[in-house]
Design a binder for this molecule. Structure first.
Ligand code: CA
Length: 173
């Protein structure tokens, strides 16, 4: 500790400008970071077209009728894909013959995405086993699938037109 302090004091001619340079560099890096933040603001909500539609969701691929299908409906990536974070609609629907069916009414036209999982033990959580790999079947609109974690909203995104009834199928696995 003393040695460190002494060496700094003993050569001010070298360390002084060096420290100044490091401070300047740090400031430049900070300014660059700020500028890159300014050029990429958080995604602003897109303007949506006027009007409402309806989405009919058929889910297939269930291996048994335990529990229910938990369907979460999103209009943007806020909270995606957590059913408890969906600000638009979360539905629990029964499973029969390996299938489940849900209807979401009065959906604002524009982009949407749906996440589904088979909540076999009815705890409202996507069960996971070893290494965090899901133990309950799940799926997303647009057949979105990602090898690591859930796909992004943009990958599962579909479009609804005003006055449209859109029928989609989500296969869980
Ligand atoms: Ca569960």
């Amino acid at each position: 500790m003393n040695g460190f302090c002494r060496s700094r004091r003993s050569s001010p001619g070298y360390n002084g400008p060096m420290i100044h340079l490091i401070k300047r560099l740090a400031f430049v890096l900070f300014a660059v970071a700020l500028a890159s933040c300014a050029s990429a603001p958080p995604t602003a909500p897109e303007p949506r077209p006027e009007g409402l539609g309806r989405v009919e969701i058929t889910m297939t691929g269930f291996e048994n009728e335990e529990g229910q299908a938990l369907v979460a409906f999103f209009l943007d990536d806020s909270g995606w894909p957590d059913p408890d974070e969906s600000i638009f609609a979360t539905l629990e629907v029964p499973i029969s013959d390996g299938q489940a069916f849900a209807v979401v009414e009065d959906v604002p036209a524009g982009p949407f995405a749906v996440s589904v999982f088979h909540d076999e033990d009815s705890d409202r959580e996507l069960g996971s086993g070893a290494l965090g790999i899901p133990s309950e079947a799940y799926g997303f609109s647009a057949d979105a699938r990602s090898p690591f974690g859930p796909p992004k909203f943009a990958e599962a995104r579909l479009e609804l037109a005003a006055g449209e009834t859109k029928q989609i199928t989500i296969r869980v696995k």
